[in-house]
Design a protein around this ligand. Structure first.
Ligand SMILES: NC(=O)c1ccc[n+]([C@@H]2O[C@H](COP(=O)([O-])OP(=O)(O)OC[C@H]3O[C@@H](n4cnc5c(N)ncnc54)[C@H](OP(=O)(O)O)[C@@H]3O)[C@@H](O)[C@H]2O)c1
Length: 314
């Protein structure tokens, strides 16, 4: 272990961004199956401020104080007694278990099976922009929807953290991609490979028909207006709320809710796609750890293009 204490952003109670507190605390102890990662960069995701507000209190049962942030890249600083696959100095990235302390900190203890070698071609900041949202898109499109070549997929919010990866992963399997965003992001999502773009302020996506897969990243009315666009036998995957099975049945489609899980193998496959130039990473903005409140404010606008990053230095 390189340090006995570290800087970390914790919450001691639920609430607005004022509950985010930069504290000096002990570097975490390692279990035998864990690695200690010196965090170089962490991403801010909507789940961070949802946890901060207490929206997931019942579901997660987190103990406070809690370190937020479940998306990171960094260097292994120590390994637990049972860890053989990793060594000090390895450059890794991870979407660690949401149930434990996160990565707004100089160090994080992570189960060894939740990390993968980071893409060699990316910086620390770019690498931290990948795990949570690319795994979400992967698990929604590949595992849940079984998206295949020739399918028509409607991806809501193609310019967001998840959407950027969803468009590219869908194109990589040979799907036809329709996506929604506002006017300022139309060229951006086209550059990611989207075949058709709907400006959600001007065009009504619910008039679309014969879609094989809807990927709902918004919930609410966007979810409830998505059923009718699907063809019989189609699939609706939401990552925001559990779709009604009754409504799915009425439309002759299936539906599922995906909550992203850590996955070493998928992160390794994603790193390979990135290093082969088949998947690109997009950063909306970068903040120092001490400016975490501004980073949360940016995420809470719902207008980020790609990912929001916290840098922790060398
Ligand atoms: N279940 C899970 O495992 C899981 C995993 C990851 C994320 N999520 C959830 O999924 C949601 C999306 O996450 P994210 O990281 O992609 O969010 P994000 O990066 O904050 O999304 C921002 C994007 O949403 C677009 N947007 C806003 N309103 C829109 C609308 N009405 N129609 C289409 N696009 C719109 C914005 O585009 P414009 O600026 O052009 O409006 C912006 O680019 C969040 O609620 C998050 O908590 C769930």
């Amino acid at each position: 272990m390189t340090n006995k204490t570290m800087q970390a952003v914790q919450i001691n109670r639920y609430g607005n961004a004022d509950v985010l507190s930069l504290n000096t605390i002990a570097v975490p102890e390692l279990d035998a199956n864990q690695v200690l990662v010196k965090v170089k960069a962490a991403a801010v995701n909507p789940v961070d401020w949802k946890v901060r507000e207490g929206y997931l209190e019942e579901m997660m049962g987190h103990e406070l104080p809690l370190i937020l942030g479940w998306d990171l890249a960094g260097e292994i600083a120590a390994t637990g007694a049972d860890v053989t696959a990793w060594s000090v100095g390895d450059a890794v990235y991870s979407r660690p278990d949401l149930a434990r302390n996160g990565a707004y900190a100089e160090y994080i203890a992570i189960d060894a099976n939740e990390i993968a070698a980071k893409p060699a071609s990316l910086s620390w900041e770019e690498s931290a922009a990948v795990p949570l949202t690319s795994l979400t898109a992967w698990q929604a499109l590949h595992d849940a929807a079984q998206l295949k070549a020739g399918d028509k997929v409607l991806i809501h919010a193609g310019s967001g953290g998840v959407g950027v990866f969803a468009i590219q992963l869908a194109k990589a399997v040979g799907a036809y991609v329709l996506t929604t965003c506002s006017a300022k992001n139309i060229d951006f999502v086209k550059s990611l490979g989207a075949d058709e773009v709907l400006d959600y302020r001007e065009q009504d996506f619910s008039e679309l028909r014969d879609i094989d897969v809807v990927f709902d990243t918004m919930g609410g009315e966007i979810l409830s207006n998505s059923w009718q666009v699907l063809k019989k036998g189609g699939v609706l995957v939401s990552i925001v709320e559990t779709p009604s099975e009754d409504i799915a049945k009425k439309h002759g489609v299936s539906s599922t809710f995906v909550f992203v899980q850590p996955n070493h193998d998928q992160l390794s496959d994603i790193a390979a796609l990135i290093d082969d130039g088949k998947l690109t990473v997009h950063i909306d903005s970068t903040f120092a750890l001490a400016d975490v409140k501004q980073a949360h404010a940016r995420s809470e606008t719902g207008r980020a293009r790609g990912k929001i990053i916290l840098t922790l230095g060398e």
